[in-house]
Ligand binder design. Structure first.
Ligand code: FES
Length: 310
C-alpha cells in the first residue's frame, strides 16, 4: 500500500508531471469505495423520500427518508473531505523580487533627468506656481470669513429699551396703567423698535394696586401691580408668552420651562438656566407705563462672553 494518492492518468487535465499530494487515507481506493457506497445509500433514501411523497405517505416516513438521505450524504462528504482531499501545508517557491543595483541606479538617474527637464530649468514657471498657490491660499479664506456675517458688537448686551421708553403695543399704542385687567398679559415694545425680536417684553398685571417686589433691590420695579420681563426665553430664545394667572407662572411653549413671575421669573422647571431679565417700570404723571431704564443684563440664551450689563 502506498501513502501517496496517484493522480488519475485518464484525466486530460492532469499532466504526468503533476506533483503528488498526500492524503490521509492509507488505502485511498478503499475509502473512495466507502464514500461512493455512502453516497449510494443516501441516493436510495432520497429516492425513497420522493416515492413516499408521491404516494402521500405519513410524515414519519417522509421525515425519516429525507433525514436518512441527508445523514448519509453528509457522511459521504465527510469521508471524502477528510480522507481523500490532499492535506497541506502547500508551499511554492517564489522568485526573488528584489531590484538589482543596476536597475535601481537606472531608475534614479531617469527620475532625476526627467525632473530637471520638468522643473530644473523652469524657474519662472516655478515662481508663478508658488505665487498662485500663495494667493489662492489667502483668497480661499475669504468666503469663510465673509460667511461669519457682521460682528455682533454689543447687540447681545443691549436692547432698544431706554430710560423713559413708553410701554407700547406692537401697533404703537402707549399703555396706561388702567389698560390691563389683573391676571392679563400683553406683549409690548419700545416705540423705537415695535415688533423687535430682542425688545419684545411681556407686561403682566399680577394685582390691582401697590408695588410688586420680586427680589431685593427691585423694590420700585413693579408699580401698580405690573411686572415686565423679557419675552425671549433664556433657554433657546423662544417667545415666552403663556401666562397661568392662578399660579402666576410663565410657560415657554418650546421646551416647557416654567418661570415664577412674582419671584423675578426664576425658572422652576424645564431647561431654562436663568431667570427672564426684568424691565424696571414706573407710571408717569399722566398714567402711562414707562421704563425706568433698559434691561440690566443681556436678554435671551447664553453666549460665549455673556456677562456685563446694559
Ligand atoms: S426655548 Fe424656552 S424652554 Fe427651550
Amino acid at each position: 500500500m502506498s501513502d501517496h494518492h496517484q493522480p488519475d492518468n485518464s484525466s486530460e487535465l492532469v499532466s504526468p508531471d503533476a506533483p503528488q499530494f498526500q492524503v490521509l487515507a492509507k488505502n485511498p481506493k478503499r475509502v473512495e469505495y466507502a464514500a461512493a457506497f455512502t453516497f449510494f445509500v443516501s441516493l436510495v433514501f432520497f429516492f425513497g423520500f420522493g416515492a413516499a411523497f408521491w404516494v402521500n405517505a405519513d410524515n414519519e416516513i417522509l421525515g425519516g427518508t429525507l433525514g436518512a438521505g441527508f445523514l448519509f450524504f453528509g457522511a459521504a462528504m465527510v469521508i471524502w473531505g477528510k480522507y481523500l482531499v490532499p492535506r497541506g501545508p502547500f508551499e511554492e517557491p517564489r522568485p526573488q523580487m528584489e531590484t538589482t543595483r543596476e536597475e535601481h541606479d537606472e531608475l534614479v538617474a531617469d527620475f532625476v533627468a526627467r525632473g530637471r527637464v520638468a522643473f530644473g530649468r523652469r524657474y519662472f514657471l516655478g515662481a508663478m506656481l508658488a505665487a498662485s498657490g500663495a494667493v489662492f491660499s489667502v483668497v480661499a479664506l475669504f468666503p469663510l470669513i465673509r460667511s461669519l456675517g457682521p460682528l455682533p458688537k454689543n447687540t447681545f448686551y443691549t436692547t432698544k429699551w431706554r430710560k423713559g421708553s413708553y410701554i407700547s403695543t406692537i401697533d404703537g399704542r402707549r399703555l396706561k396703567a388702567t389698560d390691563l385687567e389683573v391676571g392679563t398679559l400683553a406683549t409690548v415694545f419700545p416705540e423705537n423698535d415695535l415688533g423687535g425680536a430682542l425688545s419684545q417684553t411681556v407686561l403682566i398685571r399680577v394685582k390691582a394696586s401697590g408695588d410688586v417686589v420680586t427680589m431685593a433691590g427691585r423694590e420700585s420695579w413693579g408699580p401698580e401691580g405690573f411686572l415686565a420681563y423679557s419675552k425671549v426665553c433664556t433657554h433657546a430664545g423662544c417667545p415666552v408668552g403663556l401666562y397661568e394667572q392662578t399660579t402666576k407662572q410663565l410657560l415657554c411653549p418650546c421646551h416647557q420651562s416654567l418661570f415664577e413671575v412674582e419671584k423675578g421669573a426664576i425658572p422652576i422647571f424645564g431647561p431654562a438656566p436663568r431667570p427672564l431679565p426684568q424691565l424696571p417700570l414706573y407710571v408717569d404723571a399722566e398714567g402711562y407705563l414707562r421704563a425706568q431704564a433698559g434691561y440690566d443684563e443681556p436678554i435671551g440664551p447664553g453666549f460665549w462672553e455673556r456677562g456685563g450689563t446694559n
